[in-house]
Design a protein around this ligand. Structure first.
Ligand code: CMP
Length: 140
């Protein structure tokens, strides 16, 4: 069910810095089941589409350039209350404000290069999961 799922991306900074394994272990230990996963690279066009909601923000172009700068890991995660619980696990957008022990406190370097993405609502979790995965690539 959509309300038990969220979409994450391990961003190009964390991939470049060798943190895929550490982040996936953190996610598993926090009780999330991986129901879909792929190692991929977004084109600038696809990154712009994914973050279209931020189109008017001053950081939009920087965000698109960064998110298309190297490979990412996209994954759909399942757990009760997935969206809210995962946002607690990843911590604040700005790693300087992220609580100790969160993924961003451990692995992010700046507000722009913040290691991971997590959906901010059930509706967006559904849209974002379908952005990256076909139904046949998600396994309950
Ligand atoms: P994310 O959770 O993936 O969703 C939107 C992204 O925009 C956010 O993580 C950051 O990577 C990026 N972002 C938000 N605020 C800023 C900012 N002030 N400067 C640069 N990037 C930002």
């Amino acid at each position: 069910m959509a309300s038990n799922r969220t979409l994450t991306m391990i961003k190009p900074d964390a991939v470049r810095n060798g943190h895929i394994g550490g982040i996936l272990e953190h996610i598993n230990k926090a009780g999330f089941k991986i129901v879909a996963m792929k190692y991929t690279k977004l084109s600038a066009e696809k990154a712009g589409e994914f973050y279209a909601v931020h189109k008017e923000r001053p950081f939009y172009q920087e965000l698109v350039d960064f998110m298309s700068s190297g490979p990412i890991v996209a994954a759909v995660l399942e757990k009760d209350n997935a969206v809210e619980d995962f946002r607690k696990v990843i911590g604040a957008t700005n790693p300087a404000e992220a609580e100790e022990g969160t993924i961003r406190a451990k692995y992010a370097t700046s507000i722009g290069e913040n290691a991971v993405h997590g959906s901010d609502s059930d509706e967006n979790a559904d849209l974002e999961s379908n952005f990256h995965f076909a139904q046949t690539e998600m396994f309950a």
